[in-house]
Every structure is written in structure tokens, then in C-alpha cells.
Design a protein around this ligand. Structure first.
Ligand code: TYM
Length: 336
């Protein structure tokens, strides 16, 4: 059976981008694969080193995975920092990664830009972020990695590191993992402000729908979404901000609703007010039950503790096996 691994950073409530880009696939994949899903708390420290929020954010993300349908009986759920084999293998892989390629990584360049604009220093962990991510994946010899489109470059680097290790040790020890989505393409859930992707760190908090948002907040955010003056020619191509609204509708609305607004757009009778009202309501219908379930699961500390205890143990068993094998191939089995 193929192995699947993925995770998210505990930097605050999960949003629709995280759900449709990654977590919804976690749920489907647990039926068919040997799945490991984790909480990337070390990764969150690269940009969110504040201790006071981390503790709650880790528990909230764990509750969110479960509330979204990840089943701890089917998938292994664990916390990155509870598996000491990960930082050990990260140290080894830091010797395989080149400063030049890390500096060229698009997510590094983006983060440098945003850290600079808020006058924050860039820590070394941010530079080596893709190394740690590669280790997260390779430590379970994962084949498939359900992620959104923004993680594509990281997956490419992971394959480079795996190949470099294999070449150096004249082995085929690590597989070449691939980014995965059940559709043919990786997903980019758009933001509500006309351009770019939905993101936790967006400058405009109205552009992202979080699973913590109350109904009235969701309706307000969608109402404020950017639109244009309306189509002036039949069947004209949609500008980005309008296409984004249709892309969002494709995630939460029924086929009938989508067909109706497509038709009114194409014959130039569309009323954006109606479209946004419907989209807002469909988002509320989608988010509200998951939001309430997150609250319930989060309140059950005993359940969370139990899930993590079992998951951590299983993850360590697999990680330790891979790490020992890698060290042996590197000649680090001195007196055995
Ligand atoms: P993070 O925490 O930023 O996001 C978690 C997951 O959500 C996806 N995502 C999106 N997908 C589609 N549209 C969007 N607008 C959108 N926004 C976020 C992300 O692609 C991701 O799959 N580096 C990772 C965490 C990580 C990881 C790993 C993931 C660390 N090690 C190993 C997979 C495997 C991150 O920052 O995700």
C-alpha cells in the first residue's frame, strides 16, 4: 500500500484554502492509503515564534483535522516536535541542500519580502524550511503528498533531496514523492479581494473565510468581495475577480446554482448582489457545521491527548526505521 503524508502549520484557524487544497483530500485518502497527517509546529516557528499562541493553535489544528473527518483509527495523526527523529534527519539533510537553491525558493523570497516590510528579521529556519519539509515527507518514505498548488516548488525540492541522497549512497532508498489532488490539478482557492490565493497571512482579513468565522462574518466578507461593472457583451470572458467568485461557487454551491449564474452572466443579466448573497449563504451552510464540530472536538482534551499519544508512537516507529536505515547507508553505523 502506498504511503501518504501531509500537514499544515498551526498558525491560527484553518481557512477554505487549507480545506479544499489539502484537508478534504486527507479525508478521502485515508480510505485507500497508509496515511500520516501531522501538525508542523516547528515550521510555524519560522514566522510565528510567539509561544503564547502556539499551544492553543496546535490543539485547534488537531481538533480541526478530526472535525473535518480525519479518522485517527484510519490515519496516523501526530505532532512534528513529538518525533525527535525528524530534527535529526533534518540535520543530515541540511548537508545535502545548497544555500543557492534555498535562496531561490519562491516561498522563501515571498516571506523575505513580507518579513522585511514588517521590519522582522529573517531567521535561518526560514531558509532551510524546504529541507525540513522534505524530511517530513521522506521520513515515512511517502509517495503521495496532498497539498495545494503553493507547495509545488517544495515538492520539487524534496525530490531533488531524495535523488541526491540516493546518488550519494548509491541506493534507491528514498522514493520520489509527488504532490497530489483527486482532481487532475493541484488547487489554488482564490481570495475574495480580486486576486491571489486565500491565505492566513493576507493583508486584507476580509479576503479569507476561516472555519472560525461566524455566519454574519462570512456573509459580510462575501458581500464585500470585489466585482466589476458587469458584463457588456454576451459570453464575454470573466475578469479575474469574477472568475474567482465562480471558482469559489464551484466549491460550495450546487450545480443548479452555478448553471443559473453562468447563464445570467453570459446573457448579461447577472446581478452581483444576488450572486454574492447566494455564495455567502452557501458558504455559511458549508462552514457552520464544521465550525461547530471543531468547537466540540476542541473541548474534548482527553480525546486529543489520546489521539496524539497513539499517533506519536506510530510516527516515531516509522521515522526511526527510516532514520536508522539512512544513517547506515551514510556509513554512520560505527560499532554495530
Ligand atoms: P500551510 O499551513 O500554509 O497550508 C496547509 C495546506 O493548505 C494548502 N493551502 C491551499 N490550497 C489551495 N488554495 C489555497 N488558497 C491554499 N492555502 C493553503 C497548502 O498548500 C497546504 O497543503 N509547508 C506547509 C506545511 C508542511 C507540509 C509538510 C505539507 C510542512 N511540512 C510536508 C506537506 C508535507 C504549509 O506551510 O502549509
Amino acid at each position: 500500500m502506498e504511503t501518504v503524508l501531509s500537514g499544515a502549520r498551526p498558525t491560527g484557524p484553518v481557512h477554505l484554502g487549507n480545506y479544499f487544497g489539502a484537508i478534504s483530500n486527507f479525508v478521502k485518502m485515508q480510505e485507500e492509503y497508509n496515511c500520516y497527517y501531522f501538525i508542523a509546529d516547528y515550521h510555524s516557528l519560522t514566522t510565528h515564534p510567539e509561544a503564547k499562541e502556539l499551544n492553543e493553535n496546535v490543539k485547534l489544528l488537531l481538533a480541526t483535522y478530526i472535525a473535518c473527518g480525519v479518522d485517527p483509527e484510519k490515519a496516523t495523526l501526530y505532532i512534528q516536535s513529538h518525533v525527535p527523529e525528524i530534527p535529526e534527519m533534518y540535520l543530515l539533510f541540511n548537508m545535502l541542500a545548497y544555500k543557492g537553491e534555498l535562496e531561490k525558493c519562491p516561498s522563501f523570497k515571498d516571506k523575505v519580502r513580507s518579513q522585511k516590510s514588517s521590519n522582522k528579521s529573517i531567521n535561518a529556519g526560514l531558509l532551510t524550511y524546504p529541507v525540513l519539509m522534505g524530511v517530513d515527507i521522506l521520513i515515512h518514505k511517502a509517495n503521495k503528498v496532498p497539498v495545494g498548488k503553493d507547495q509545488m516548488a517544495h515538492l520539487e525540492m524534496t525530490r531533488d533531496f531524495a535523488n541526491r541522497f540516493n546518488f550519494m549512497t548509491d541506493s534507491t532508498y528514498f522514493p520520489e514523492p509527488e504532490a497530489f489532488n483527486f482532481g487532475n490539478e493541484l488547487l489554488k482557492v482564490p481570495s475574495l479581494d480580486g486576486s491571489g490565493k486565500m491565505s492566513k497571512s493576507a493583508d486584507n482579513p476580509n479576503s479569507t473565510i476561516f472555519f472560525s468565522d461566524e455566519d454574519s462574518v462570512i456573509l459580510k466578507k462575501v458581500k464585500k468581495a470585489k466585482t466589476d461593472g458587469g458584463p457588456i457583451m454576451e459570453n464575454q470572458e470573466k475578469p479575474e475577480e469574477i472568475q474567482n467568485l465562480f471558482d469559489l461557487m464551484a466549491l460550495v454551491s450546487t450545480d443548479d446554482t452555478i448553471a443559473h449564474f453562468e447563464e445570467t452572466y453570459n446573457n448579461c443579466t447577472v446581478r452581483y448582489g444576488d450572486l454574492k448573497k447566494q455564495l455567502g449563504q452557501d458558504m455559511v451552510n458549508f462552514v457552520a457545521p464544521i465550525r461547530e464540530r471543531i468547537k466540540e472536538v476542541r473541548a474534548d482534551e482527553d480525546l486529543l491527548r489520546r489521539v496524539v499519544k497513539i499517533g506519536d508512537e506510530k510516527a516515531r516507529e516509522s521515522a526511526s526505521k527510516t532514520l536508522q536505515g539512512a544513517k547506515k547507508l551514510m556509513g554512520m553505523n560505527y560499532f554495530t
